[in-house]
Write a protein of this length. Sequence first.
Length: 295
Amino acid sequence: MINEDSKSGVRRYKRWLPALMLCLLTAAAVGIGSAPAADAAPNKGGGQGGSGGSTTLLGNDVSWPQCGKALPESPAFAIVGVTGGLANNTNPCLAEQLAWAEEETLTGATGQPDVALYVNTANAGHAGSWWPKSNVYPDDVGNPDAVVVDNPYGQCSGAEDAACAYMYGWAKAYDDANIRGISNPEDYLWWLDVETENSWSTDKVANVADLEGMTDYFESIGADVGIYSTSVQWGQIVGRVSADSSLAGLPSWLAGARTANGAKNNCSSAPLTPGGFVSVTQFVSRGFDYDYSCI
């Protein structure tokens, strides 16, 4: 994490709509609680913080940097990293942290899923440990689970182009859902962690294709997808996204705030893709990532 087809939008958020409408109606009726003071750190549990009696329910996200650390108690929601900093590996503490999230997270405290997942993303090309050579994955000879992927960018033949970038993203999402120890991957919201510290092509079209491949795979199994980044890093890696991209309409999780108030204010920022909305914002306090639900 940082510190370290739009027409399908209605289908994509069918599971979000009841919670979102409830939050909006509640806010209109009774008002939304204020965030912690700008200089106040969250309480030990991460669930509430502030001064003068005001409280805000906060979530936490954890991954490999928190391996071996005592994790926050009773977060309002939790987001667990599936990969270990790179797009092609696994968080060594995934099982432990997912168990923490399932046990400690408050139920229905915000409009967020109680437990969500995030994965590192990249478009490394031939510099990576694996690069696709076809539209078939898994691509080992004779694999009975292999499928021919419907690639909107055409045939992948091993070049560092949009067609193979799409296949790379599709394959990484396949691996995340199938080989890293996640049971019922279709039940989760998967956040795509998009950061400049990972490896990306200078071809933004290829980078878009890569993230579309990941999105299309997760949505093909019935899972929801969102994007984590900052506007600056998103602009450097992806740039503009067309309204007919499968990235359009996805929820945004925005990083970069330094305080809870800053995170709350970032809810009014522009989403990363057209037709999307800012769903979560993040700030860092005392070595942990805290997350503010904007819905």
